[in-house]
Design a binder for this molecule. Structure first.
Ligand code: PEP
Ligand code: MN
Length: 362
């Protein structure tokens, strides 16, 4: 897939959001609930010395219409006070051109697009049009569903409107899998985004991935190990009283505890390390062997297909396949391979084998 998103040249995040502390942290409540709440939370965040920007939801996208939907423009006035008092740059979620207009008027510094808006190209295009010619940073949360191209499309739409201060926010994905997390991290998706587009700043939102306070540290640590550029974590001076996302917000002092144990690993790219190079050479060699073996296996599949065709046999022979799965899973267990990983790999190989036989036997 050759997506034009590869042409995006976003600005380095340090140029528009310098980190006051490493790792870069954007924090603040899920929703701005009252003047007192935002000012007290901001004061406590200021005391931690960790925070580079203050976030708050002002218009809240809620599942049910009777829920608290934010205080809108009134809340923007409270946020202005946060900025005047504590000097934090302000980040607010926008979902409509009217939100954009209100934020620009209020002097909001950074806009972000939420996961429920990222799924809709019409809404995104309207936002992008509203921002044409405006020099403001935009952070794009991944869409609710695990669709990398859709996420890239949102980034592209803003870039094509002239936004160069761009970042992506990984906040996890809605899946029907049973999980410890509120939203599955599916780390391979942000990794793919990063590898197709290494210059794009990528921020992790452990709050919305975790959904619970006690999982936030674990998710944050993993994000840093994957070389992400910063974290967005929700905080509230009284989390249990929060009107939205009460289970996942942290008291600023708890944020401090988490950060005291969080180290920023050095990027393996900029850190030449002899041992690492040796291990990588071994990986290169094993991959070479793996691909060679897969190719040989497929050649045998081709011969089998011809034979089955001559003997007028079916491609699929369930008993044989079940035996393969059972014996290979036993082998894998002996060798200490993860069960789910091996089953996925075998299924993938089997699918390719059936596709190949089908092409030949046609
Ligand atoms: C939020 O940041 O409070 C929010 C609504 O997030 P998301 O769009 O990731 O659900
Ligand atoms: Mn939230």
């Amino acid at each position: 897939m050759d997506l034009p998103v590869k042409q995006i040249q976003p600005q380095n995040i340090e140029q528009w959001l310098p980190a006051r502390h490493k790792p870069l942290l954007i924090s603040g409540p899920c929703s701005a609930e009252s003047r007192e709440q935002v000012l007290t939370t901001a004061a406590q965040l200021q005391a931690t010395g960790l925070v580079s920007a203050f976030r708050a939801g002002v218009w809240k996208p809620r599942t049910r219409p009777s829920s608290f939907e934010g205080h809108g423009k009134t809340a923007l006035e409270w946020l202005k006070e946060v900025k005047e008092t504590y000097g934090f740059p302000l980040a607010v979620e926008v979902a409509t051109p009217a939100h954009v207009e209100a934020c620009l008027e209020a002097g909001i510094d950074i806009l972000w697009v939420g996961a429920r808006t990222s799924v809709n190209p019409f809404s995104v295009q309207e936002l992008a049009e509203a921002l044409r010619g405006v020099d403001i940073p935009v952070m794009v949360k991944n869409p609710l569903n695990p669709d990398l191209a859709l996420w890239m499309g949102v980034l592209e739409r803003f870039y094509m409107s002239g936004i160069t201060k761009l970042a992506a926010i990984h906040r996890g994905f809605n899946t029907y899998e049973k999980s410890r997390f509120r939203n599955e991290p599916l780390w391979n998706i942000p990794i793919e985004l990063k590898s197709s587009f290494p210059e794009l700043p990528l921020i992790c939102d452990p709050s919305h991935i975790a959904g619970k306070r006690n999982l936030i540290a674990e998710v944050a640590r993993q994000a840093l190990l994957l070389d992400m550029n910063g974290l967005m974590i929700e905080s509230h001076h009284m989390p249990s009283e929060a009107l939205t996302d009460a289970a996942q917000q942290l008291k600023p002092v708890d944020l401090q505890t988490i950060f005291s144990k969080l180290t920023v690993p050095e990027s393996a790219e900029d850190n030449p390390c002899f041992e690492l190079e040796i291990l990588r050479k071994r990986i290169d060699e094993f991959d070479n062997q793996l691909i060679g073996i897969l190719s040989k296996r497929m050649h045998v599949v081709e011969e089998i297909a011809r034979l089955k065709s001559d003997c007028k046999m079916t491609i699929l022979q369930v008993r044989r396949w079940n035996t393969i799965i059972r014996t290979r899973m036993e082998m894998g267990k002996e060798k200490g391979l993860d069960e789910k990983f091996l089953k996925n790999l075998l299924d993938l190989i089997h699918k390719e084998s059936i596709d190949l036989q089908s092409r030949i036997m046609k």
